[in-house]
Design a protein around this ligand. Structure first.
Ligand code: SF4
Length: 264
């Protein structure tokens, strides 16, 4: 890790540490791990790690990662993106990576706002919350990133919290082991913009509020093939943990087999 430019109290550092601990726990060779990131405070994290790294254009990390995985299938490829980068500007690339079931781990740092560019409304900004582009409250309903990814075809979908770094580490380990497209919606926080504009306090207060807004999913629900819409709609809070898991042929292997080549 190098010195970073994150604001005091930002949740992103906690999330990165959970990911690094997951990579270390699985004893992955850093020279065979590639981190591909888009643009934003979360995506800046690719610059702080001693793996192979690619800082891609805004929203295009899944597209760059797809090309990299096809060219070097033996690498473990991790996509780091934010809610604005991955769900707005790059939403198209994200859903198609999920549909293909290409073997990537995608961590979406979800702080409900565009942080780096000054606190604009993002696709995950809750309805009614304030942002620089919505001083009277956001009139739009937010995306549920996990439901979107399940619908798009992701074969491993989970939600973790910066508030629970050890649980998040284990989710990252499961995602890294999963042979297909693994997606984790990570609730992080942005005290500098989202917290300040909505009077939610600084880092510690915002982390505590993550706990109040979420509920852990038990092993019974995690084994179900997919969360049913009604369960999500009537849940008292956002579900966390492994929300969906299925087995489906992985894209890189399918393509190599089609070309008569073996997996390295
Ligand atoms: S602007 Fe927000 S998301 Fe970006 S580093 Fe600062 S607190 Fe974190």
């Amino acid at each position: 890790m190098m010195p970073h430019i994150l604001c005091p109290g930002c949740g992103h550092g906690i999330v990165l540490q959970a990911l690094l601990r997951a990579v270390a726990s699985l004893e992955l060779d850093p020279d065979r791990v590639a981190v591909v990131a888009g643009i934003g405070c979360s995506s800046r994290l690719a610059g702080y790690v001693d793996f192979c790294t690619l800082h891609a254009t805004h929203g295009r990390a899944p597209a760059f990662a797809t090309g990299l995985k096809l060219a070097r299938p033996e690498l473990t490829v991790i996509v780091i993106t934010g809610d604005g980068d991955g769900l707005a500007i790059g939403g198209n690339h994200l859903i198609h990576a999920a549909r293909r079931n290409i073997d990537l781990l995608c961590l979406l740092f979800n702080n409900a706002v565009y942080g780096m560019t000054g606190g604009q409304v993002a696709p995950t900004t809750p309805q009614g919350s304030r942002a620089t582009t919505a001083p009277r409250g956001n009139p739009e309903p937010p995306f549920d990133a996990c439901r979107l990814m399940i619908a798009a075809g992701a074969t491993f979908v989970a939600r973790g919290l910066a508030y629970e770094p050890l649980t998040l580490q284990h989710l990252c380990m499961e995602g890294l082991r999963h042979p297909g497209f693994a997606f984790i919606d990570v609730l992080s926080d942005c005290p500098e913009f989202f917290g300040r504009y909505n009077r939610l306090g600084r880092g510690p207060e915002m982390l505590l509020s993550q706990k109040r807004r979420t509920t852990a999913v038990g092993p019974l629900l995690a084994r179900k093939p997919a969360l049913e819409g009604a369960q999500v709609a009537t849940a008292p809070a956002l579900p966390t943990g492994v929300l969906h898991r299925e087995t489906r042929p992985e894209f890189t292997r399918l393509l190599l087999a089609q070309q008569g080549e073996g997996f390295p």
